[in-house]
Write a protein that binds this ligand. Sequence first.
Ligand code: PFF
Length: 448
Amino acid sequence: MAASRGAFSSRLGFIMAAAGSAVGLGNIWGFPTQTASNGGAAFVLVYLVLAFCLAYPAFMAELLIGRYGQANAVTSLQKISRNIFHKRFAFVVGFGGIICAALILSFYGILAGWMMSYAVEPFTRIIGMESTADWVITQSLPRNLLFCALFMFLTIFIIRRGVEEGIEKWSKRLMPVLIFLLLGLISYVMTLKGAREGVSAYLNPDISRVLEPDLLISALGQAFFSLSLGTSVMVIYGSYISKKENLVTLGAQVTLIDVSIAFLAGLLIIPSMYVAQAQGVAIFAEDGSLISGSSLVFTVLPSLFNSMGDIGLYVALAFFILMSVAALTSSISMLEGPVSYAVERHNMERKKVTTYIGIGIFILSAIIIANISFMLDFVAILATQYGQPIIAMLCCVFVGWIWFRNDILTELKQGNDMVEHSLFWKIWPWYTKFVCPTAIAIVFWHSL
Ligand code: PFF
């Protein structure tokens, strides 16, 4: 069965694909932005702790469900179920995750479209098409629709090709490009005036803020978004991993890559802001906090690139290509959830159904674009602040309370004979049973 439904051909293939899903706008835009608006390094510290202590165990739960089930999220969860109530519950959780992924893609595609338009801008200036360059960076309905459609086209193009030829091949191509661009940009920014001040603002924690509820909520939300939890994505990626692989190590490696890239992105963006300040660009809002959100990426950074002269065009090009690539390796994972469900549960042909679902999601994006002032935030909040934590929590409940402990151990032992004697096995089962659901529920409750 595994061969006909597709599978990752190698360990590296899985790592690149899962890290590709995890590393996206959330890392390169969301994380530095949250860091800037939550007091710098205090946020980084809390994020690191929560990513490893709460997000990693939940991530492992999703991967394990998928590898056991060797199927889409709904079927995998139903394979664990023991009675009709469990099966219905499995449907709600699995299908809820798939809907959540589709909703995220509908707004993510719009943001990714903006990144692509900002990547086209320096290019058009380099070749002398000034009026096109102005058009692509001016907010307008046609511009937003065009670039969102372009981005969705690329996402559909990759997913139509399947797991090995699409997801794995493209993740293996794009992830090195992303890392190369990120490191290159950091090295360049570090040579500029003001960068040092930015590094110290980034790395000196204000410990008094560490326990602030708002900071904790933002950090947990960010960690869950970043590991693509509660969206069925990691269940389906888990289902494409060979039974010979050691899941515990693979999961830890992906988490480590994700967290490291977020950290590196902070090391690019925050110092860049201080470099911009040294060039006369305002980087503090009226209330004294660092400018964050969309003004950071679409106002502060472009002003910095402008102030660099000719080289600024190339730096801007590299930066926005980096953003677009990061978004693409994530968006393909979001589309894979609904597609694998339709292919496996309703026997639909992969290529066709990918195009239909992709177009369906694009139509939703178009509706959001037409009502951007209220719908963009609404859909983003609905999917990421409500959908993701609830579904991720329910996946932990499934593993902790419904799945038999011995069956979990048998699954984990595949590819990892010694797991029974490991620290992971001593901690993780009760952790997923009690700590993760409770902590997620508390944080979620608080955020209401
Ligand atoms: N992890 C991605 C990011 O950090 O940008 C976002 C994401 C991907 C969320 C896939 C949800 C998902 F299913």
